[in-house]
Design a protein around this ligand. Structure first.
Ligand code: TYC
Length: 105
């Protein structure tokens, strides 16, 4: 956010609310040596609603580069998808790591 011209009158949070600028959060998938490729593709299709082809391309990007952004969402949607994906990986016993962080909106 640029310097608050209303400093002293309104807080940054009040300005943010007044301007109605929703924050956006990117969800990142991280590579590891153990999670099977087909499991990652299934997770991307199931949790992140990717097509089979997009999911396979994304999985390979993560496999080759170490990590990749898989989607940008509001806080609640991003947090829910991270939780669902982490649960799915944990339940299957794979060390897959999924993280989220604020992105410029
Ligand atoms: N590197 C894994 C393998 O060779 C595949 C993989 C891709 C794992 C993406 C995690 O986020 C990931 N089986």
């Amino acid at each position: 956010m640029p310097k608050n011209p209303y400093a002293g009158h309104f807080s940054d949070i009040e300005i943010q609310d007044a301007l109605d600028v929703p924050k956006l959060y990117g969800v990142k998938l991280h590579n590891d040596d153990y999670t099977p490729m087909d499991f990652v593709v299934r997770l991307l299709v199931t949790v992140f609603r990717k097509s089979e082809v997009d999911a396979a391309v994304l999985m390979l990007a993560v496999h080759e580069k170490g990590e990749s952004l898989v989607g940008v969402y509001s806080y609640d949607i991003a947090a829910t998808k991270v939780m669902q994906a982490q649960r799915m990986a944990d339940a299957a016993g794979f060390p897959l790591r999924i993280t989220m962080g604020e992105v410029a909106s």
